[in-house]
Write a protein that binds this ligand. Sequence first.
Ligand SMILES: Cc1cc2nc3c(=O)[nH]c(=O)nc-3n(C[C@H](O)[C@H](O)[C@H](O)COP(=O)(O)OP(=O)(O)OC[C@H]3O[C@@H](n4cnc5c(N)ncnc54)[C@H](O)[C@@H]3O)c2cc1C
Length: 283
Amino acid sequence: MRLRGVRRYHWARDVDEALSLLSAYQGKGAFLAGGVDLARSPRTDLEGLIDLTGAGLSYIREDGKGLHLGATATLAEILSSAQAQEYAGGILRETLRLVAYPALRNMATLGGAVVSAHPWADIPTLLVALDAEVLYRNAEGEKRMSLAELYRTDFRRIFRESVLLEVLLPPLPGAFAFEKIGRNAGDIALLNACAGLALEDGRIAWARLSVGARPERGERLPWLEEALVGERPSEALWRKVEEEVRARIEVGSDRRASEAWRREVAGVLVRRALARAAGKAGT
Ligand SMILES: Cc1cc2nc3c(=O)[nH]c(=O)nc-3n(C[C@H](O)[C@H](O)[C@H](O)COP(=O)(O)OP(=O)(O)OC[C@H]3O[C@@H](n4cnc5c(N)ncnc54)[C@H](O)[C@@H]3O)c2cc1C
C-alpha cells in the first residue's frame, strides 16, 4: 500500500459529512470507495481517507427515469441485482462479468470505476453507449450531466472536490452486446466495443456504438449510428461496417498494442458486437 502519509481514516455517515471532511483536509484528503485503485496508486500526498461506503450511496433502484445505480454499489452487487440484470437485455451482466475477477468485483464500486476512468477500462465504454448520466455534489450543489459530456471536461479536477452520487441509465430500446479483447480472461482490455440496436419491420430503427481502450473512455461513433438506420441487418452489412470502421476510426498506440493492430481489431469488434446485438434484438 503506497499511502504511507495517511494518518486518519473516516467513515462518512452521509454525503454532507464526506464533503465537509474533505474540505477540512485542504487538498490532502481523498474519498475512498472499494479502495482497489487507491491501494495501487502511489499517492504520498494524502493525510486522510474518507470512506463513502456508509454514506447511503449503495442503492440500485428503478423508476420512470431509468435505472439508478448508487456510486458505491459494487460491481458484484450490480451483477446480482435483478433490476440490473433486466436492464437493456442484460448488458450490465454481460459486461461486468468481463471486468477483472470475482474478488475484485466484490470490492470495486461503479463510482470508483467512473471516477478513475482508466484509458483501458470497459465500464466507461459500456456507460457511454448506454447514454449514462451522472449526478454529483460539491459545495455549490448538485449537478447532473451526461457521462460522455463529463469525460470531455476536466473531470479529475471536478472529483477532487465532488462526490459522485449516482449513475442513471435511461430506458433504452433494443438490445446491446459488448466485446472485449485482452491477452487472457481477467486481463484489462486491449480494445473493447459496445453496440446497441433496435429493429422495426426488420430494419434498424436506432443504433448506439462506442469503442474504448484507446480511444479512451468510450468514443461514440455517431456517423456509423446514423448510417445504420434504415438498413437491414445482414452479414454483408456487418462486413461493410467492419471496413468502414477500419478506415475511419481514430485509435491510439501504446506499449500494449500498436495503432495498426487496434485499427484492424476495432472493425472486427464492432462487427461482432453489432451482429450479436442484432441477434438479440430479434433477427
Ligand atoms: C487488477 C485490476 C483489474 C481491473 N480490471 C478491470 C477490467 O477488466 N475492466 C474495467 O473496466 N476495469 C477494471 N479495473 C478498474 C476497476 O473497475 C476500478 O479500479 C474500480 O472500479 C475502482 O473502484 P473502487 O471503488 O475500488 O475505487 P477507489 O479505489 O476507492 O477510488 C478510485 C478513485 O475514485 C475516487 N472515488 C471513488 N468513489 C468516488 C465517489 N463516489 N465520488 C468521488 N470520487 C470517488 C477515489 O477518491 C479515487 O481517486 C481493474 C482494476 C484493477 C486494480
